[in-house]
Ligand binder design. Sequence first.
Ligand SMILES: C=CC1=C(C)c2cc3[nH]c(cc4nc(cc5[nH]c(cc1n2)c(C)c5CCC(=O)O)C(CCC(=O)O)=C4C)c(C)c3C=C
Ligand code: FES
Ligand SMILES: [Fe+2]
Length: 384
Amino acid sequence: MLNRNFFKLSNKKFSCAFYNTHRNKSVKTGIVMLNMGGPQNNDQVQDYLYRIMTDTDMIQLPLQKFLGPFIAKKRTPAVQKKYNEIGGSSPILKWTNIQGELLCKKLDDICPKSAPHKHYVAFRYVSPFTEDTLQQIENDKVERIILFSQYPQYSCATSGSSFNTIYSYYKRKPFPQSIKWSIIDRWGTHPLLVKTFAEKIVDELNQFPETIRSKVVIIFSAHSLPIEAVNRGDSYPSEVAATTEAVMAKLGYRNPYVLTWQSRVGPVSWLGPFTDVAIEEYVKKGIKNFILVPIAFVNEHIETLHEMDIEYCQDLGKKVGVELIRRVAAPNDHPLFIEALSDLVSRHLCGEESINPKFLLRCPSCTNVRCHESKQWFHKLCSV
Ligand SMILES: C=CC1=C(C)c2cc3[nH]c(cc4nc(cc5[nH]c(cc1n2)c(C)c5CCC(=O)O)C(CCC(=O)O)=C4C)c(C)c3C=C
Ligand code: FES
Ligand SMILES: [Fe+2]
C-alpha cells in the first residue's frame, strides 16, 4: 500500500503557523531538486550525451539504439571543447547546491515544524543520479519528500523524463510506505520568478544609453523542442510563452520583445524562430540593440555561458554588425528567486497544494507507455 493521504487535493488555505501548531511531531523533510544536470569534467561528457540521446522521453529518433549513441560519440569532442571554454564543467551542480542550501535555510526559519529541511540533488543524465538520490533519501529515513522540478516550465522531454524515472525506479523495488510525498511540477508564472526576471532585465536595460533604451529588443530565448513533441501537445512552448508574457506585463510592456528558441541537436525538425536567425534578421532590418533573456532555466549552464555569451553575443554579434547586445544572468542565487523557491515549497508543506491536476494529464497524442504507467502511478498516490 502506498501512503496516499498526503496527496488529497484540497482547496483549503492553511497558513504555516496553523499547520505547525496542529502537528505534534517534527518531520524531517527532503527537497528533491530534479534536473538534467551537466558534466563535471571532460570524461563525463560522452556518457552524459549518450544518456540524453538514448532517452526516449527526451527525444525520439529513428533507430534510436544505434543513432543515439552515434550522435553522442560524434558530438563529444565539440561539446568537450565548449565545456573547456566555460571553465571545464557545467555549473548546474554548483548552482543547484547553492540554491538548495539557501532554500532549506529559509524553510527552517519559516516552517520550523517540518525542519530540518535538507535538499537533495537528483540529476537525470549525470551524477548525482535520481536513482542514487532516492536510495540516499531512504537511508536518511526522511519522513517527507517534496519532488521539486527545477525546470520552471514543464516539458515531457525534461521534467516528464525525471518523473518517469522516479516511477521506473519504484517499479523495480519496494515503495517506502512511510514517506509522505508532494510534487511541484511547474511554476513558470510564479510572481517572484517573474519579478526576478523583470528586475534582472531592468538592470541590463539601464546599461544602455538612455537615448536608445526604449528601443532595445528583448529576446526571450529558450531551449527549443522537436516539432514532433510540439505537435504531440507538449505544454512547454505555451508555458515558456506564459512566463515571457508575465515578465513583459510586469515591465509594463515597455520594450519590443520576441520569444525565440535555441540549442537544436540532431537530425530532427525543431521549433523556431531560432535565436541566432532572429538576431541576424533583425540586424538586416536595421534593429541593432538587444537583450538576451534565458527564460527557461534557473542557473547558468553551457547554453547561457557558451551559446548565448560566446556564440551569439560575441561571435555572431560581431559578424552581423550588432551595436550592443547584453545577456541577462540566470536567476542563480538572486534573493527574490530564493524567495520564489521557498514560497513554492512552503505552500506544499502547509498543505495548500500537493499536486497539480495538469500533471496527471498526458499530451493529447502521447503514445509513450512509460508516461501512461507513470501518470497512473502518480494518480494512485493522489487519490487516497
Ligand atoms: C536531444 C534532444 C534534446 C531535447 C529535446 C532537449 C530539450 C531541452 N533541454 C533543456 C535544457 C538543457 N539542455 C542542455 C544540454 C543538452 N540538451 C541536449 C539535447 C536536448 N535537449 C543535449 C545533447 C545537451 C548537451 C549539450 C549539447 O550537446 O549541446 C542543457 C545544458 C546542460 C549543461 O551542462 O550546462 C540544458 C540546461 C530544456 C529546458 C529542454 C526543453 C524541453
Ligand atoms: S509525451 Fe507528453 S505525456 Fe507522454
Ligand atoms: Fe537540452
